[in-house]
Ligand binder design. Structure first.
Ligand code: FMN
Length: 303
């Protein structure tokens, strides 16, 4: 029998285990639907705020020699309300709405705007490394994390995922606080704070000076984080960071992830990459005699 690549991340059920990471292809439903026909399990929207944000001036993205990107887009987005209006009641593609804010009320306001929309989960961005007063600055504050997660849990029955990253508070403590406050799953990790300087002009290249490193260079870090979270906590995990092949995806399952997200790799061949990875996972499962993804999750934890 053909192995099944359907997976569950707690209560979130996906037919396919590879998702689109937040911020990579914006919020176009046409693009999201096209990805769905090309093998994506679910899409995560660009992080949305209560009001539209312009983001930073250019340059906002820089290609790193040897692989990866540093970006400081600045969370430019049209605002939660404007995206909520776009969602069709009968839309096919499973959508995870990513939310960013500074205080619990921001999240409460936004969740209310999606009340009548088909959303499979909310992903709280507690980890953007280059915008003040949101993202990592929130994730680094345990009291705020607790208040935000509790507020969101009270506001909706839709599953809530916390996206963590590497800030000044140990990310495992942020994960622990989010779990105590009722989070349903964790996405690990966001980009890693980084910068680029031009030797000739002797200035930082990005307008914001600092940005977030993504792509292949962060894969071993992300894999380590998934492994550590899975060793310490009993919580469903979505792996993210530098994944570009089926082997990468399998490594994240073995470390403890039940699904993965693709960000930077989508820029190479966005319409092929999801099915390529799905097919590679199926071939691997046949070779190893697995019939479900679950059989692989966390296997690398066994000594
Ligand atoms: C241009 C760009 C924009 C991003 N915007 C967001 C965002 O709005 N919210 C968020 O949580 N993560 C955002 N990210 C982070 C990605 O979702 C992902 O966590 C990160 O890029 C690591 O995955 P990757 O190595 O596969 O790219 C962004 C990444 C890039 C490259």
């Amino acid at each position: 029998m053909e192995p099944s690549i359907a997976t569950s991340i707690g209560q979130i059920q996906l037919d396919k285990p590879v998702m689109l990471a937040s911020g990579i292809l914006g919020i176009s439903l046409d693009v999201f639907n096209r990805l769905y026909r090309s093998g994506v399990g679910a899409v995560v929207t660009k992080s949305l705020s209560t009001e539209p944000w312009d983001g930073y001036p250019n340059p906002t993205i820089f290609s790193v020699k040897g692989g990866g990107w540093i970006n400081a887009v600045g969370l430019s987005n049209p605002g939660a309300y404007n995206f909520a209006k776009m969602i069709e009641p009968n839309q096919e593609v499973p959508i995870v709405v990513s939310l960013v804010g500074s205080v619990p009320e921001d999240f409460d306001t936004m969740i209310k705007q999606f009340k009548n929309c088909k959303v499979i989960a909310y992903e709280l961005n507690l980890s953007c490394p280059h915008v003040a007063k949101v993202g990592l600055e929130v994730g680094d504050d345990p009291k705020l994390v607790k208040e935000i997660v509790s507020t969101v849990k009270n506001a909706t029955n839709v599953p809530i995922v916390a996206k963590v990253g590497l800030g000044t508070t140990h990310y495992l403590n942020t994960v622990g606080t989010a779990i105590e406050s009722g989070i349903d799953a964790i996405t690990a990790i966001n980009t890693v704070r980084a910068m680029a300087i031009d030797a000739e002009t002797q200035r930082p290249i990005l307008s914001n000076k600092f940005g977030g490193l993504s792509g292949t260079p962060i894969k071993p870090i992300a894999l380590r984080c998934v492994y550590e979270i899975s060793s310490k906590y009993d919580i469903p995990i979505i792996g993210c960071g530098g994944i570009s092949t089926w082997e990468d995806a399998v490594e994240f399952f073995l470390a403890g992830a039940s699904a993965v997200q693709l960000g930077s790799a989508v820029s190479d061949d966005w319409l092929e990459v999801f099915d390529q990875i799905n097919n590679g996972i199926i071939q691997y499962m046949k070779k190893k005699n697995y019939s479900t993804i679950k059989e692989m999750v966390g296997l690398a934890q066994k000594s």
